[in-house]
Design a binder for this molecule. Structure first.
Ligand code: NOJ
Ligand code: CA
Length: 713
C-alpha cells in the first residue's frame, strides 16, 4: 500500500500530471487544479458537493499558438491572506478579506511562453484569473476568445438576462438552464435596438439554484482594461463558457505583458443569505487608490427626472426635431412649454430638498442638444457646458447654496464617447466652478465610434478614464448604461452608483416584474450598488401623463423597503414633490433612512421570492429593516436578536394594509409604532408585490415610550 502511495505521489509530481487541491479557510470550499494532457482544468466543491465539474481554462489568440493546451506545470505557490479593511462607504464598517491562494505557473514548451493561473479560495467561493508575465516570447497579443468553462452539475434554475453587448436592461427570466434556448426570443425586450449574441448566451452576474439547494453565482471582479464577460451555455452538457465582448473588428482584447484578466468568480452557499452578504467581489478588487477620500459622500437626492421619464415633461427645450448645437441661437426658438429644467421649477425642487433634509437635487435636460441627440450628426450633440436659455446656472447655484443643497450634474453622452472625452475636462471644470460635486452620466444608444460596444475593452477603459479624471476634480460619478460593476468601487470609491440594469424607469415603460427587486440583489448588486431610483408613491403613470398607461408593479410600502434592500450609498427619492406631499407620514421613512451603514444582516432570502434585510446606521444605534416580496406575497418572520440586549427600542413599521395589492390597491399601507427589544420576534405579512419598512430607534429617554405598547404581531 505504502509503495502504491509513493508511486502515485511520484506520478503526481511529474510535470503535466501534478494536481493541486486548495481549501477555503473554513474548509467548506475546495478547489482542485490539474493539467489534463496539457490542458489546464479545475473543479470546485462545497461541503463535499460538486459545484463546478471538471472545466477547462485558457484563451484563444488571433495569431500564433493558443493558450489552451500544450502546457506543463512549471511551478506552484500557495499562501494565506487575512486582513480586515474599512470601505469608504458600505453595508458594513469592516470587511474581512480572508483566503487561501494557489498560483500555478504554466509553461508552453512549444512556444516558450508562460501564463499564471491564480486561484483564491474564500469561505464564500472561488476567484481566479489569468496572468501574463513580462517575457521574451509574449509581449503583444490579441485575444480571439477566452475559453474559461464553468461546468454545471445539472439543469439548475437560473435567473438570467439575454447575452448582449450593449444592454443590461432586460427583465430577468427565471427558468431551468435547459429552457434558456427556448425562451431567448421572448426574453428580448421588443424595443431594444440591441440583440443577443447567441441562443444560449447569458450575462453575469448569473444566479443559479440547484435541485439540492445550492446557490451558485457566476460573475467577474475587477474588470479593468479587458472586455466584459458573458457566458455561452452548451445546453447538452450544461457547460458555460466565457464569451467576451468584441470590438468593431471582432477582436476581444488587446494585451501587452505584463497583463492580467479580471477575476472570474464563483460564489457558493447552501443558504441564499450568504450570497447577498458575500464580500468576495469587493475583496478581489485592489484597495482604494485615493489618499484623500473626504470629498466622497453618500448622498440622498431628489431630481427633476421622473416627470420626463413618464412623459409629463420634456428634456428638450423645443419640439423641433433637429436643432444642431452651435448652429442656432436657442433664445430665438419657441420653447415647447414642457421643459422641466427651468430655473423657477428647479427652485421648487431645491425648496423641497431643503425642507425635507435631502442632500442634493439632480437636474436633467439643462443643457442644449436634446433636440438632436439621436440625430445623424451624433458625434457633436452635447458640449456639457451650455445651458438652455431658461436655465440660469449661476442663479441655481446661488439659490441651492443659500438653502444648503447640492446640485447634481447630468451628462448624457448619447453614446458619443469621443465627443464626451473631448469635452470632459471642461465639463468637469464647469462643475467645479459651479459647485457640483457629483455627476450622473449616461450612455444611451449605440456607441460612437460605430462598431464599439458598451461592454468592450475600449468602453471599459473609457468608464475608468471618466472616473479617474473625475477624481482629479473631486467629483463622484453615477454612470448609467455603463458596463455592469465588478467591485471597482473599492478601488475607486467615487464610483458611487451605476445603473447597468433595469431600473425604476421601466415602471413607466411597461413595468418591471413584481419579483424584480427580489432578484437584483442576487445578480446586478453582486458587483456594486445600483442607482435604482425607488420611492414612487403614485403608481398610476396616467395620472402624470394621460397617454402613458404603464403602472408601477409595487405597493407603496415596498417602495420604502427598497432603500434598505437595494444597498446603495446614492439613493434617490424619485417621485414628484406633490406626490410625497400627499403621503407625508410614509415619506418620513425616506427622510429618516440612512445611506451609509455600520452593519447589515440578511434575515430572509430566496431569489425570486423575498428578501428581508436589517442594517445599522453609520455611527449610531438605530436600525432599519426592509423587505421586498414577489407577486405571491410572503409573511416575514425574524428575530430582532441583532439589537443590543437589555435595551429598549421604538419600532415604526410601514406595512402593506391587509387589502393591499400591487395591481389594484398599491397605496394601502399602515404605520404602527411599538416597543421592541432584542427578544422580539417579528411576524409581518406582505402583500403580493409588497413589502415593509421598519425603523428601529434606540430609546435613551424612557419618556419616549409613553403611550406605546410592546410589539404584537
Ligand atoms: C436613461 C437613464 O437611465 C435615465 O435615468 C436618464 O434620465 C435618461 N437615460 C436620459 O439621460
Ligand atoms: Ca437606463
Amino acid at each position: 500500500m505504502k509503495q502504491l502511495v509513493f508511486i502515485l505521489m511520484f506520478l503526481l509530481s511529474l510535470g503535466g500530471l501534478k494536481a493541486e487541491t486548495l481549501k477555503s479557510p473554513d474548509g467548506n470550499v475546495s478547489l482542485h487544479f490539474n493539467l489534463d494532457d496539457g490542458v489546464p482544468v479545475y473543479r470546485v466543491d462545497y461541503k463535499g458537493m460538486p459545484v463546478i465539474k471538471k472545466s477547462r481554462l485558457g484563451l484563444e489568440l488571433t495569431s500564433g499558438e493558443n493558450l489552451t493546451g500544450g502546457f506543463r506545470l512549471a511551478g506552484s505557490e500557495t499562501s494565506t491572506f487575512d486582513e480586515t479593511w474599512q470601505p469608504v462607504w458600505g453595508e458594513v464598517k469592516e470587511i474581512r478579506n480572508h483566503y487561501n491562494e494557489l498560483a500555478v505557473t504554466l509553461e508552453q514548451p512549444a512556444t516558450d511562453r508562460r501564463m499564471i493561473v491564480r486561484f483564491r479560495v474564500f469561505d464564500d467561493g472561488v476567484g481566479f484569473r489569468y496572468e501574463f508575465p513580462d517575457q521574451p516570447h509574449m509581449d503583444y497579443f490579441v485575444i480571439k476568445e477566452e475559453k474559461t468553462q464553468f461546468a454545471m452539475t445539472g439543469d439548475h434554475t437560473a435567473f438570467w438576462l439575454p447575452g448582449d453587448y450593449d444592454t443590461q436592461e432586460y427583465s430577468t427570466v427565471t427558468s431551468k438552464l435547459s429552457q434558456i434556448r427556448g425562451l431567448m426570443d421572448e426574453a428580448v425586450t421588443p424595443n431594444s435596438s440591441q440583440t443577443p449574441f447567441s441562443p444560449t448566451g447569458v450575462q453575469t452576474a448569473l444566479m443559479m439554484k440547484t435541485d439540492d439547494g445550492l446557490y451558485i453565482n457566476l460573475h467577474e471582479a475587477a474588470l479593468v482594461d479587458y472586455s466584459c464577460m458573458s457566458l455561452d451555455l452548451d445546453d447538452e452538457n450544461m457547460i458555460f463558457e466565457s464569451h467576451l465582448t468584441p470590438d468593431a473588428l471582432g477582436n476581444k482584447g488587446y494585451m501587452q505583458t505584463p497583463a492580467r484578466s479580471p477575476w472570474r468568480t464563483i460564489i457558493v452557499s447552501d443558504d441564499a443569505r450568504d450570497i447577498l452578504a458575500s464580500k468576495m467581489t469587493l475583496n478581489l478588487n485592489e484597495p482604494c487608490v485615493y489618499e484623500d477620500t473626504s470629498w466622497i459622500k453618500p448622498t440622498k437626492y431628489i431630481g427633476v427626472w421622473w416627470e420626463m421619464i413618464t412623459g409629463k415633461s420634456s428634456w428638450a427645450y423645443t419640439d423641433l426635431p433637429h436643432v444642431k448645437l452651435d448652429l442656432v441661437d436657442y433664445a430665438s426658438l419657441s420653447p415647447n412649454g414642457r421643459h422641466a429644467a427651468n430655473t423657477e421649477h428647479v427652485k421648487e425642487y431645491i425648496d423641497f430638498a431643503a425642507e425635507h433634509g435631502f442632500d442634493a437635487v439632480l437636474v436633467e435636460g439643462w443643457n442644449i442638444g436634446w433636440e438632436d441627440w439621436i440625430g445623424k450628426s451624433k458625434d457633436y450633440v452635447f458640449d456639457f457646458i451650455t445651458p438652455y436659455p431658461d436655465f440660469d446656472v449661476e442663479e441655481v447655484e446661488r439659490y441651492a447654496r443659500s438653502k444648503g443643497v447640492k446640485m447634481i450634474m447630468h451628462h448624457e453622452t448619447s453614446g458619443s464617447v469621443r465627443n464626451y472625452e473631448r469635452h470632459l475636462e471642461r465639463a468637469y471644470q464647469f462643475m467645479n466652478d459651479h459647485g457640483y460635486d457629483a455627476v450622473k452620466s449616461g450612455y444611451v444608444g449605440d456607441i460612437i465610434p460605430r462598431g464599439e460596444h458598451h461592454y468592450g475593452q475600449w468602453m471599459v477603459d473609457h468608464y475608468l478614464y471618466a472616473l479617474t479624471e473625475a477624481a482629479k476634480h473631486k467629483i463622484m460619478v453615477n454612470a448609467h448604461e455603463a458596463v455592469r460593476p465588478t467591485g471597482l468601487c473599492r478601488t475607486y470609491p467615487n464610483l458611487i452608483g451605476n445603473e447597468s440594469a433595469r431600473g425604476t424607469e421601466y415602471e413607466a415603460f411597461g413595468g418591471n416584474n413584481p419579483d424584480h427587486t427580489t432578484i437584483l440583489p442576487f445578480t446586478r448588486l453582486i458587483g456594486g450598488p445600483m442607482d435604482y431610483t425607488p420611492g414612487i408613491f403614485e403608481m398610476d403613470i396616467a395620472k402624470l401623463n394621460p397617454d402613458n398607461h404603464s403602472y408601477v408593479r409595487s405597493t407603496l410600502a415596498r417602495q420604502l423597503a427598497l432603500y434598505v434592500t437595494m444597498y446603495s450609498p446614492l439613493q434617490m427619492a424619485a417621485d414628484l414633490p406633490e406626490h410625497y406631499n400627499r403621503f407625508l407620514d410614509a415619506f418620513q421613512f425616506i427622510k429618516d433612512v440612512p445611506v451609509d451603514w455600520d452593519d447589515s444582516r440578511y434575515l430572509e432570502a430566496e431569489p425570486g421570492d423575498y428578501i428581508t434585510v436589517a442594517r445599522r446606521e453609520k455611527g449610531g444605534d438605530n436600525w432599519y429593516v426592509g423587505a421586498t416580496v414577489d407577486e405571491n406575497g410572503h409573511t416575514a418572520r425574524f428575530a430582532l436578536d441583532f439589537l443590543e440586549p437589555g435595551k429598549k427600542y421604538i419600532a415604526t413599521i410601514y406595512a402593506d394594509a391587509p387589502d393591499a395589492h400591487y395591481k389594484d390597491n398599491p397605496q394601502a399601507y399602515t404605520i404602527h409604532k411599538w416597543i421592541v427589544s432584542h427578544e422580539t420576534r417579528v411576524v409581518q405579512p406582505c402583500a403580493p408585490g409588497g413589502g415593509f419598512a421598519m425603523s428601529i430607534e434606540a430609546v435613551n429617554d424612557p419618556t419616549m415610550l409613553k403611550g406605546l405598547k410592546n410589539y404584537e404581531p
